[in-house]
Design a binder for this molecule. Structure first.
Ligand code: G6P
Length: 369
């Protein structure tokens, strides 16, 4: 086992550090920004169904559901196709409206999650076209899909998903870019710009991993906290959800992820000097708004840990702690901004003596309802 962990103390840490490679592997042979090449070999015959879709339904559970939420923003922005993101377990039990030719994208690391599989089968029986985004080759979900794309992140052993998440985002972004390009819903210029940006993500993730020591320091300060709030807007809202999920999964600290603007409708009542609030506040179209949210938290004496874009001069004046990640296009920022959050949950859990690779009550693959 020590050999399998490749010198890391836990599989989770190894998998976090593998991400520059796993994201690059996911793009290998599929994307070449200098030639404008973008091909997903697993999506051919039904590609026109995606492009012509009137709506796309994305179904998943857990971390994969968070990847779907990011993809919703990306698909709607680039492809101008409405997307509905569904928890597989809710979708399957509520007599959903599915029309012949509807497009469903099922996202799953293991490809064996019972609820996701059942939801796909239901949609398929009603005439939907199913695309699978899976990590495990030949898994049940891959077999039930009409077509799909593998994430090629390699085996993920840690129960808390890390590299599978960033690989899912990579695949979903590639699918969205391909659809948008073929549909003509983005300009040629924007298409090429995003291909270049996507190709640079592995090196930006590499740079974010260098923040590890800083994250260790912050983890040490907050390791005894009983609650955490994670806030983000836009593309970073699902990142807030994912940061909170990682923390509760492995450290057993209660954590909530929220859209920052919704704070005033509830969570703001929780804020006092005891409450750490993690803001994912990178430079994007909602930057000014999130700056106001940080001020609101500081006015109530909350302790702010902010993930910001390198070079930000405003937020460091307000936040108690800042973690600077490299700049990236806002649609791709979740892959970069999630890295320090994965590390934060990992280090806090280790400091609390938790079994990070096998947290209590959780399973890597949930094959029961
Ligand atoms: C379990 C795992 C999570 C995972 C979820 C969905 O709860 O512990 O890490 O996100 O299942 O799994 P899937 O394999 O379908 O992505």
């Amino acid at each position: 086992e020590a050999i399998e962990k490749g010198g890391y103390e836990h599989f989770m840490l190894k998998e976090i550090f593998e991400q520059p490679k796993s994201i690059a592997d996911c793009m290998r042979g599929r994307l070449n920004a200098s030639t404008g090449h973008l091909v997903l070999g697993g999506i051919r015959e039904y590609a026109n169904k995606l492009e012509g879709a009137e709506r796309i339904i994305m179904i998943a559970c857990g971390t994969s559901w968070h990847a779907a939420l990011v993809a919703e923003y990306i698909f709607e922005e680039l492809c101008r196709i409405p997307v509905e993101v569904e928890y597989a377990s809710e979708f399957r039990y509520r007599n959903p409206v599915i029309n012949e030719g509807d497009v469903v994208v099922a996202i799953s690391q293991s490809g064996e999650t019972a609820d996701t599989l059942a939801a796909m089968e239901l949609a398929k029986s009603k005439g939907a076209i199913i695309f699978g985004v899976c990590n495990v080759v030949g898994s049940s979900i891959a077999r039930v899909s009409h077509e799909g794309a593998y994430t090629h992140a390699g085996p993920e052993i840690g129960v808390a998903s890390t590299k599978a998440f960033t690989a899912q985002l990579t695949v979903l972004t590639m699918i969205a870019l391909r659809v948008a390009h073929r549909k003509g819903s983005i300009t040629e210029r924007k298409y090429h710009e995003l291909l270049v940006e996507l190709e640079q993500i592995p090196s930006k993730v590499e740079e974010s991993l260098k923040l590890n020591d800083k994250v260790v320091e912050i983890s040490d300060i907050f390791k005894e906290a009983r609650n955490f709030l994670y806030l983000g807007r836009g593309y970073n809202f699902p990142v807030a959800l994912e940061g909170a999920l990682k923390l509760k999964e492995i450290s057993y600290i209660h954590a909530e992820g929220y859209p920052a603007a919704e704070m005033k409708h509830g969570p703001i009542a929780l804020i006092d000097e005891e409450m750490p609030v993690v803001f994912i506040a990178t430079r994007d179209s909602s930057y000014d708004k999130i700056v106001s949210n940080i001020q609101e938290v500081k006015a109530r004496k909350g302790r702010v840990i902010a993930i910001v874009t390198k070079g930000d001069v405003l937020i460091p004046k307000m936040a108690d702690f800042v973690i600077e990640v490299p700049a990236a296009h806002e649609a791709l920022m979740p892959m970069v901004a999630v890295i320090p959050l994965q590390l934060l949950s990992y280090h806090i859990a280790v400091m609390r003596g938790c079994n990070v690779d096998q947290p209590r009550n959780l399973a890597k693959s949930v094959t029961v309802e």
